[in-house]
Design a protein around this ligand. Structure first.
Ligand code: URA
Length: 239
């Protein structure tokens, strides 16, 4: 792989900012192939060099994966003249890495959104042949019933003829307003809103909690992001 500046390599793991990397170097805490590095502009091949920070090998990844707790009001796009995008929630350093959202949530939907610059894996995860379970918390107007659950389970056909795969609807509370967990195995445009709208229970609030084997980190506040851990990145391969 092409050589890159050490500060860029180390900061790309998400554990340190470039400013922190400089400080670590000044304190002699970064070793490149066995020698302390003071100048973080020095270049190395991140895949073949041995880089230690405080004695720990740096776990370098070619691609970056980020989990974002998307708030309402942001578009799942990299650029859009119609308003702020989820990229606006990331620092400039990350935006420069060419991250894009893996799939879409509606502007008013909150919750788990992955961003990456790993085009190949993102493409595989999004492929319509790859049925990844996605779990949403939903609040609706009107009382959800067992008949609604049965309609979800049977696979609904929407007013425009669109056929949906069987989906899960687990009622949490039912009343004038209801709460439920919805599990989809696909991601059609406004799918949950359209399914529940057709059953006469319009969506008031929607939040994605889980995608495949990845759950929204409960410690992640709305609008905040964190890097996926090494374990989570490995989990993506069995999504
Ligand atoms: N279904 C919807 O209607 N909206 C979303 O954002 C996701 C699923």
């Amino acid at each position: 792989m092409e050589s890159q500046r050490l500060d860029k390599i180390i900061a790309s793991t998400g554990r340190f900012s470039r400013r922190e990397v400089k400080l670590l170097a000044r304190q002699g805490r970064i070793l490149l192939d066995g020698r302390a590095v003071r100048d973080t502009a020095e270049k190395a091949d991140p895949e073949s060099a041995e880089i230690l920070v405080d004695g720990e090998p740096l776990c370098y990844r070619r691609c970056t994966w980020v989990m974002l707790h998307k708030p309402a009001g942001y578009l799942s796009a990299t650029e859009d003249g119609r308003g702020p995008t989820v990229l606006d929630l990331l620092p400039a350093e990350l935006r420069r890495q060419g991250l894009f959202p893996v799939g879409r949530l509606d502007k008013d939907t909150e919750g788990l959104l992955l961003l990456t610059n790993d085009g190949q894996l993102a493409h595989d995860l999004l492929s319509p042949r790859h049925h990844v379970d996605k779990v949403y918390y939903v609040r609706t107007a009107g009382r959800l019933t067992e008949a609604d659950c049965a309609a979800f389970e049977a696979g609904m056909t929407l007013a425009d003829g669109l056929r949906c795969l069987p989906a899960g609807l687990e009622i949490l509370t039912a009343g004038e307003e209801s709460e439920a967990l919805v599990t989809l195995r696909e991601g059609k445009f406004h799918q949950i809103k359209r399914m529940l709208g057709q059953l006469g229970k319009p969506v008031l609030y929607l939040k994605r909690l889980r995608m495949g084997n990845l759950t929204l980190d409960p410690a992640l506040e709305k609008g905040k992001y964190r890097f996926l851990t090494d374990k989570e990145q490995d989990q993506l391969k069995n999504f």
